[in-house]
Design a protein around this ligand. Structure first.
Ligand code: PGA
Length: 246
């Protein structure tokens, strides 16, 4: 088994540029379907994409997007929701029409979660899925212990994740305790996966995910089973890896 291909780049800026170039290439196809992620890591990727959007240049308005996850319990339009994040960072500046971008319904139940899976399937499946990694090895909001064949569903967030995301919420506003996330099984069905990790805080999780055992204790370790994973990390996030850049 060859496992994920790892590129260790000099800086977080290089990671963002490389990721943006890969996404732009995927969007050169006629009907691209992309899976997107939120969090701090992809912010620079979306900034790089915004810079590339130009008449005669990069267009994203013909692509279909499915995001990994959404908080539960936030009213529509809440500024800390992932829907608001995506509109702000990419969908509005890139003029992606409503109906072409999708997030799980954070306030939905099992029927809405199943509907999300059905929408992905109806679009032809996800061609390229962008992923971050949590300090506890989570992907999407699949926290440690999540089954590797899990599907889109409501989950409880760990304290660590809630604390990591607290800066996105106004002072005094608690981070939701639940969310709806694509499952690990859902993510693994993407035809290609691009995992981004930047900063020393991710070094341990990244090494465990790529070089440790495949285990439900480290959700991202499931990616070792996927045939087409590229990991883009900076030297700080890659410093615990035994292997060197491809
Ligand atoms: P971050 O989140 O990019 O904000 O570090 C990554 C994640 O939790 O998946």
């Amino acid at each position: 088994m060859s496992g994920p291909r790892v590129e260790i780049l000099d800086s977080a800026t290089d990671v963002a540029e490389r990721a943006a170039a890969r996404i732009a290439a995927a969007c050169a196809a006629p009907s691209p379907v992309l899976g997107l992620a939120t969090g701090r890591t992809p912010l620079a990727v979306y900034a790089a994409l915004r810079e590339r959007i130009a008449p005669g240049g990069l267009r994203l308005d013909h692509a279909t997007f499915f995001n990994l996850d959404e908080y539960a319990g936030l009213p529509p339009g809440h500024p800390a929701s992932f829907a608001s994040y995506m509109r702000r960072e990419l969908f509005d500046p890139a003029s992606v029409p409503e109906g072409r971008w999708h997030l799980p319904d954070g306030n939905g139940g099992p029927a809405e979660a199943d509907g999300y899976e059905a929408a992905i399937a109806a679009a032809g499946g996800i061609g390229l899925q962008l992923l971050g990694i949590g300090r506890n090895g989570h992907v999407g909001f699949n926290e440690p212990g999540a089954a590797h064949d899990s599907r889109t569903r409501r989950v409880r967030l760990t304290e660590q994740t809630r604390q990591a995301n607290a800066p996105d919420f106004p002072a005094g506003t608690p981070v939701p305790e639940h969310a709806v996330t694509m499952g690990i099984g859902t993510i693994l069905e993407a035809r290609e996966i691009l995992l981004l990790a930047t900063g020393a805080a991710k070094a341990e999780a990244l090494a465990a995910a790529l070089e440790g055992p495949v285990t439900e204790a480290v959700p991202a370790s499931a990616l070792q089973r996927h045939p087409r994973v590229t990991v883009l990390c900076d030297v700080a996030a890659g410093r615990n890896l035994r292997r060197m850049a491809a």
